[in-house]
Design a protein around this ligand. Structure first.
Ligand code: PLP
Length: 390
């Protein structure tokens, strides 16, 4: 009889037991709860810069196409626009037909690249402060993340290479420090990749955030044939439209023809209606967001100076809207510091612990979602709490 058989509950993959929730998302959820309870919180924890972007009108787009699946490599006109854009950034030619894949945000692009490259047990070098999803995406591919501490420079990565090393991931410009890799550093990474047969995954999701008058150097510039470089990029931060979920990946044609299989089995295509909109309005959206990006970078660098005046150091960098601030002489670790700051001063920052084991003496401050006056109050509270907890 059916009822007499013992119940045998099904079990999800043990792989997920080793995967953690994103710490920044957990913290922001706590902030939403406090705000709902009526508390005014200065939010320096959101990984977004809020831009003034007009409400899109889909008027004039091909009505018979926009509601449906589209080409899994990306809507052709958007691929052409992105290929030209990428070419302008990196001076390397990009073939819109074969070397670019438009997908649902760069998070998906990085995940697809890792899944396409990694065998179980392969190692991937990830510098700290790391973006939270890198190690867990590597683990999801049943491979092993190898973290380097924040004080280790890219020139030292050679010592980390083992026979199992398959790839290096760099985020350039870097969330959360704003550090940019120099042309020499990129050349060194390409040399390392060539010597050991590694892939170089360059996450360039913040490449528009360079200060006025400065030039961003893309990893593709030194590997125009795309021997081992995979560039992942996104409209989320560079265009201020993270909710649209549009990102892209550039790689050599033969590798891309493998990666595309994952796209086809996972998401089919990037959001069609938004891809058509972006293709049609590519230049005007960029024209509107670029000056706003310049302003938020200037604000960030101003807040950095304000912290420095109060004796708070930040890790070096200038191309972002984040500050990665040292807790200096505070006795608190980064989780306790972020908690105390929220409870005592009503200011939300992200604990450095989420950015790797070497980063527990830092907190991340984002300047993209608050007014200047509230930012000054927020960063001043960080400096004050460091003094109070010495
Ligand atoms: N890469 C980095 C370093 C990020 O900080 C983020 C988002 O916070 C992403 C990639 C993912 O962006 P998206 O998936 O929205 O393109």
């Amino acid at each position: 009889m059916f009822s007499e058989t013992p119940l045998l509950p099904p079990r999800h993959s043990s792989l997920l037991d080793g995967i953690s929730e994103a710490s920044s998302i957990r913290l922001n959820n706590r902030i939403y709860e406090l705000q709902e309870a009526g508390r005014d919180i200065i939010t320096l924890s959101l990984g977004e810069a809020f831009f003034d972007i007009p409400l899109p009108s889909f008027e004039g787009l091909p009505a018979q196409k926009i509601h449906h699946y589209s080409h899994s490599r990306g809507v052709p006109l958007l691929r052409e626009k992105l290929a030209a854009y990428q070419q302008e950034i990196s001076t390397a030619p990009v073939d819109a037909a074969q070397e670019i894949l438009v997908t649902a945000g760069s998070k998906a692009a990085i995940y697809m690249a890792l899944t396409a490259l990694l065998e179980p047990g392969d190692e991937v070098i990830i510098p700290e402060p790391l973006w939270v999803s890198y190690p867990d995406q590597v683990r999801l591919a049943r491979a092993v993340p190898v973290m380097t501490p924040w004080y280790e420079s890219v020139e030292e990565f050679g010592a980390r290479v083992t026979p199992r090393t398959k790839a290096i991931i760099v985020n350039n410009p870097h969330n959360p420090t704003g550090r940019r890799l120099s042309a020499d550093q990129l050349r060194g990474l390409h040399r390392l990749a060539d010597q050991h047969g590694l892939f170089l995954i360059a996450d360039e999701a913040y490449h528009e955030f360079v200060p006025a008058g400065e030039r961003f150097v893309s990893a593709l510039e030194h590997d125009p044939d795309k021997r081992h470089t995979i560039v992942c990029n996104s409209m989320s931060k560079n265009y201020g439209i993270s909710g649209w979920r549009i990102g892209y990946l550039v790689a050599g044609a033969s590798l891309l023809s493998q990666i595309i299989k994952i796209q086809q089995h996972l998401v089919t295509c990037a959001p069609t209606i938004l891809s058509y909109y972006l293709a049609e309005h590519f230049e005007s959206v960029l024209e509107r967001t670029r000056p706003q990006i310049r302003r938020v970078v200037e604000t960030r660098n101003r807040m950095g100076r304000l912290l420095a005046d109060r004796g708070v150091d930040c890790l070096e960098g200038d191309a972002t809207f984040y500050l990665f601030a040292s807790l200096g002489g505070s006795k608190l670790n980064s989780d306790d510091f972020a908690h105390e700051l929220l409870v005592r001063h009503g200011v939300g920052v992200v604990p450095g612990s989420g950015y790797g084991a070497s980063c527990d003496r830092f907190v991340r401050i984002a300047v993209g979602a608050e007014s200047e006056e509230r930012l000054i109050r927020g960063v001043s509270a960080v400096a004050t709490l460091i003094e109070e907890t010495r």
